[in-house]
Write a protein that binds this ligand. Structure first.
Ligand code: FES
Length: 85
């Protein structure tokens, strides 16, 4: 199975809207999933500007799936869903 790719947006909007707390994923993901999941920080994913007023930042992408209003729990749930756990 291909690795799951997690991209945590660290653009300004996402960072300010709560993305800072997603940094804990950098510790949790390798411990929980080993090399099945790869995590990287990403510059603005271009999602926050689609509708600024209703921006659902912070955004995280798990493969091609966008997690809006991302929290650590929501990201882990999406990874589990894609892994079929
Ligand atoms: S700053 Fe995160 S999508 Fe733009």
């Amino acid at each position: 199975m291909d690795k799951i790719s997690v991209k945590v947006c660290v653009g300004t909007t996402c960072f300010v809207m709560g993305g800072a707390s997603l940094q804990e994923l950098n510790d949790i993901i390798p411990k929980k999933y080993g090399d099945k999941v790869e995590i990287a920080a990403s510059n603005c994913l271009g999602l926050c500007s689609i509708n600024w007023e209703y921006s659902k930042a912070p955004y995280v992408k798990v493969n091609e799936e966008v997690v809006a209003n991302a929290t650590t729990e929501k990201v882990l749930e999406e990874i589990d869903r894609q892994l079929g756990i």
